[in-house]
Design a protein around this ligand. Sequence first.
Ligand code: BGP
Length: 465
Amino acid sequence: MTMTQTYQFPEGFLWGTSTSGPQSEGSIEGDGKGMNNWDYWYSIAPEKFHDGIGPSQTSTFYQHYKEDIGLLKETGQTVFRPSIQWARLIPDGTGKVNEKALAFYRDVFKSIKDIGVKPIVNLYHFDLPYALQEKGGWENKETVYAYEAYARRCFELFGDLVDTWITFNEPIVPVECGYMNDLHYPCKVDPKAAVAVAYHTQLASSLAVKACRDVNASHKISIVLNLTPAYPRSESEEDRKAAHIAELFQTKSFLDPSVLGTYPEDLVEIIRKHELMPEVTSEEIDIIRQHTVDFLGVNYYQPMRVKAPEKHIASDEAFSLDLYFEHYDMPGKKINPHRGWEIYEQGIYDIAMTIRDHYGNIDWLVTENGMGVEGEEKFLKDGVIQDDYRIAFIKDHLIELHKAIEQGANCKGYMLWTFIDCWSWLNAYKNRYGLVSLDLETQERRLKKSGYWFKELSQNNGFSQ
Ligand code: BGP
């Protein structure tokens, strides 16, 4: 006999989705949007993008936002995280505001609020105005101050409509993909530049926290981090050390300064040893120390599996991460074959316990979790995509989250990636993540089975199974 179990979430728990400007808005002639790093990269290397679909052809939210916002209600959402595209609002990165963008974002945020959904607005989702990229991008400290001015402008322009903000989404991703692994523009493999980019991004985030408080003292501000736990291959000292160092680089490099106001000493030691230290002033260190976030946004998709490196470090060896840890391909793991990512629900519980025990049990939200699936049209029945796998994926993660909350974790909400199928960087529209499907030909939106189910989940503030 199987027993039904009910997973009831705390009163006021938020249910919603996240998306980003570059992945959902698209651009049209005359909208005044400036070029960003993605637009530029697509203009010189369109072959890098799945099916040759670039960033201007994303899901037409710019034209359809009113209808789309209506779908937030139909899917039961109480919170929604869009992002402002810096290059849409301030086309050159600094200076003049694009009035059309101002009107657009004001109406978007107002429309979200008018239907009783809480907007949490992200200021940066991998998208840098190209005018700044050309001048060295995040390697150049000028970008830090340009970002601070942009953030301050957003708090002034939208502070009457938005009271909860995110400084950056997954800031480690542009560092890894753009400066360590030749995956995203500017496609460099340059550890010294990577460290400078990471440090400058953190400084920019802390300055935005300060600006937020200067402009609207009662507003809340956070950073969204992909807190991927690193699990060692074995309990051997070498494997555990490798996992520890993997976390220093992948998660603690932003988590510690953002929440605790300091960098982990052992991370700084490695950076120093390889002579990768950026230029740091004591004033900057004070800014980071004094302006920690009010809450944390956590994106979780997959764990890291790590083993000790095969190589031994020679004293004059040039830095690379695989001197310290290597990826471990664990046999028998559960996997989402479309994205190639491991599915490990317990990761979300482990993250919750880490935040509870080592980060002052700060309030946090799951700001992304989700499952990208290719070829979803094959699950179409009576006009609705029967995405039972997505419902099961969400439930399995919520069970772990529920357990963590019962054990004292301060998680205040769950946001799925994503609302309407959207454009996914290099993968364009290959894998679909939405509660709502998007027909690329007609741009028609339709709720998937998960969209209807999510409404029930939200209305019941939990589920039984
Ligand atoms: C996160 C990003 C999102 C989104 C998601 C899914 O890391 O914040 O922007 O894209 O991953 O990943 P992908 O689009 O690569 O499948």
